[in-house]
Design a binder for this molecule. Sequence first.
Ligand SMILES: Cc1cc2nc3c(=O)[nH]c(=O)nc-3n(C[C@H](O)[C@H](O)[C@H](O)COP(=O)(O)O)c2cc1C
Length: 326
Amino acid sequence: MDELPNQDGGYHPVLAVEIGRLRLQNPVMTASGTFGYGQEYTPFVDLGRLGAVVVKGLSLERRDGNPPPRIVETPAGMLNAVGLQNIGVRAFIAEKMPQLRPYNVPVIANIFGETVEEYRRVAEILADCPGIGGIEINVSCPNVKQGGITFGACPDTVQEVTGEVRKATCLPVIVKLTPNVTDVRDVARAAEAGGADAVSLINTLTGMSVDIERRRPRLANVTGGLSGPAIRPIALRMVWQVVQAVRIPVVGVGGIMTAADALEFLIAGATAVEVGTANFVRPAATMEIIAGIEAYLVRHRIGDIAELIGTLKVDAETDAGQAEGC
Ligand SMILES: Cc1cc2nc3c(=O)[nH]c(=O)nc-3n(C[C@H](O)[C@H](O)[C@H](O)COP(=O)(O)O)c2cc1C
């Protein structure tokens, strides 16, 4: 083990990872939409200790989102239909970035649009903004020109959006994949072909909940996105499949509540992770997860996290395409 003497006389493993040209001091990022614009969490979290801050999805113009109720608790998770409420990309740069820059931590701007052109415009506006470390493309939104079919459901559209954003900026581009598809590997390959530096997965799974007394949906939007521990095994399976399908780094997202959960994703091959719903339950969850990953590496005498990533031992006869339990 490469032991690195530290100021306190102890030995600390290397936690830094790279996503394309983006270097993170550790693999723990926040998941978009669960951490506001970062500043909201400063009473609980030292933003400067995070791998990166991924902010709420940004569009060209501000959006008010869906009417309430927009959040419902579910067994081991939650449904949300916030509807991509945000202040708009220009207001984000003017009002939020000055507060984030002093922390010296990469800020990843999660972006979305209703047309390919809108994605490109948002990326262009962010391209020259100091402090932005990368762009995460949220493809889980309806494509207005294609009658509302989600961008992320169609590999060709994902390749096109990725290619347009790629042309608009030199920043590292991460494509955030939706799990609401038949085979997520096809979409991951399309993102790679479009020039993505990495893919992140998963976004929420579409779900719904009914109030049986009122015989009404619990969400005003009827359906919403399921997140939290309930989706973790699905997210982990998809990450493992995608790791084997592409050559670019994969970021694991979905139900990560503890360091042990994050380690499952890293061992399965994720280069980094994003923590979402856990922030609502324990606002300092990201700090606990970073400390827990470090403690695991020390306990296992692993000097560099790179020695752990992708070390899952799988019997030769099992492969990523099978094993549905029947
Ligand atoms: C309230 C809420 C808002 C979200 N907003 C966004 C968003 O703006 N853009 C995006 O790409 N993902 C968004 N997500 C999805 C999360 O980033 C994450 O992919 C998902 O919740 C799974 O991770 P988790 O189980 O750790 O929460 C949102 C999730 C929640 C719960």
